[in-house]
Design a protein around this ligand. Structure first.
Ligand code: AMP
Length: 406
């Protein structure tokens, strides 16, 4: 029914956009960056595949969105899908109404950097394109199927009941897409037990049973879980008291250190970029070697722990910049899971081309697949389905009214 959906992901000074065609085959995409500064600009790829760069000094989100929409309006987008990091306890994508916007605002204390930026983008697109249906697709929604024993922290009950302190999980759009696509490739669409490892600058793992998330590594915020580019993942929470008492650090300095100065960057003292670390390790840099080792070991530990949520294990999907591109990291991670019966095929693993999907085990144990993620495609699909449901609900309502009048 819909020809194309504009997918928007607003950060505090950037907007990623993608125009996704109905069958999700054609894309126009780009990035507006440095918003609010003299260096504000849009970089992108046109339909003809040419590079595009537009300088727009001091442009804010609204101005950037105006320019983006001007450039793509002849493609006639029929709806806008917004990526929203935190939806609190919302369980699915929602048409943007004043009530849903309030729910996104209420979740701001749980995602203080992300949700305000999304709201700026939502407000701007609603003002600019009041006639287009707009949908919010939440990173947290897919994980709302987790059972209480997976999402509750062992903390005083009132922190959960009165202040919503619980595990939410993130990267839900990616875990949902990859597990759906991967299980389809494996011939058991949305059936059985699967583990996903989304490994990028931010990384997380997820356990999926019959198409539903039953546990995931990220928690109240995206800091919990595995080692990431600059985020520490799990640490002993007493590190806060230790650093405050011994180094006089305040809570903000500690939080910044854990989110921005830790992970691969902190361990290696060199880079948050896995490619740089692999190269440095090959040249004998011991800190880079250790960072890679900690990354893979802790990732394997997380996968092993999450497997407790699955009655049976069909296999493992790798995705994200690292998971899709690094045969070395996949092999090392699987080597830390010796009791699971995984049999990685070195030939298939090493031979998998960049950006392609494929099976990389020898075939006599739990399966191992690489499935490139497609968050924009998934957001477009969910947006399309919410809009279509809204239209069919409206049609049904008018049928009822007509029958009542007749
Ligand atoms: P993402 O956040 O999903 O874009 O992933 C970014 C991460 O993927 C960075 O750490 C990159 O170094 C890593 N990456 C991309 N290509 C490769 C590669 N060929 N080998 C190892 N890491 C890679």
């Amino acid at each position: 029914m819909y020809t194309s959906v504009l997918v928007i992901n607003c950060g505090s000074s950037s907007i990623k956009y993608a125009l996704v065609s109905e069958r999700r085959e054609d894309r126009i995409f780009g990035l507006a960056e440095n918003l609010g500064s003299p260096e504000a600009r849009i970089k992108g790829i046109t339909t003809g595949g040419e590079a595009l760069e537009i300088s727009m000094p001091n442009a804010d989100h609204e101005k950037a969105l105006e320019i983006i929409l001007e450039r793509i309006s002849h493609h006639n987008p029929q709806a806008i899908g917004h990526r929203v990091v935190h939806g609190g306890t919302l369980t699915k994508a929602e048409l943007l109404t004043p009530e849903i916007i309030d729910r996104i605002r209420e979740a701001t204390p749980l995602a203080p950097l992300h949700n305000p930026a999304h709201l700026v983008g939502i407000t701007a697109t609603m003002r600019l394109f009041p006639e287009l249906p707009q949908v919010a697709v939440f990173d947290t929604a897919f994980h709302q199927t987790m059972p209480a024993h997976a999402y509750r922290y062992a903390l005083p009950k009132f922190l959960y009941t009165m202040h919503n302190v619980r595990r939410y999980g993130f990267h839900g759009t990616s875990h949902a897409y990859v597990s759906e696509r991967g299980s389809e490739l494996a011939g058991s669409f949305k059936q059985g037990g699967w583990l996903t490892a989304h490994l990028g600058n931010g990384s997380s793992t997820c356990a999926i049973w019959n198409g539903q998330s039953v546990d995931t590594s990220m928690g109240l915020t995206p800091l919990e879980g595995v080692v990431m580019g600059t985020r520490s993942g799990d640490v002993d929470p007493s590190i806060h008291r230790f650093l405050a008492s011994n180094l006089g650090w305040d809570i903000y300095k500690i939080d910044k250190m854990l989110n921005n100065e830790s992970g691969l960057l902190g361990l290696s003292d060199l880079s948050n970029d896995m490619r740089t670390l692999i190269e440095a390790s090959e040249q004998g840099n011991e800190d880079a070697t250790l960072a890679i080792e900690v990354f893979c070991y802790r990732l394997a530990k997380s996968l092993a722990a999450l497997s407790c949520g699955l009655p049976q294990l069909n296999g493992l999907f790798f995705t994200g910049g690292i998971g899709e591109n690094s045969a070395f990291i996949r092999e090392k991670t699987v080597s830390y899971l010796p009791h699971f019966g995984f049999n990685l095929s070195k030939e298939k693993n090493d031979g998998l081309k960049r950006g392609t999907e494929g099976r990389i085990d020898v075939g006599n144990g739990p399966q191992i697949w690489v499935v490139p993620t497609d968050e924009e495609g998934r957001i477009a699909k969910e947006t399309q389905s919410v809009v279509e449901q809204g239209v069919s609900a409206a049609v049904k309502k008018s049928d009822v009214v007509e029958e009542a009048v007749a």
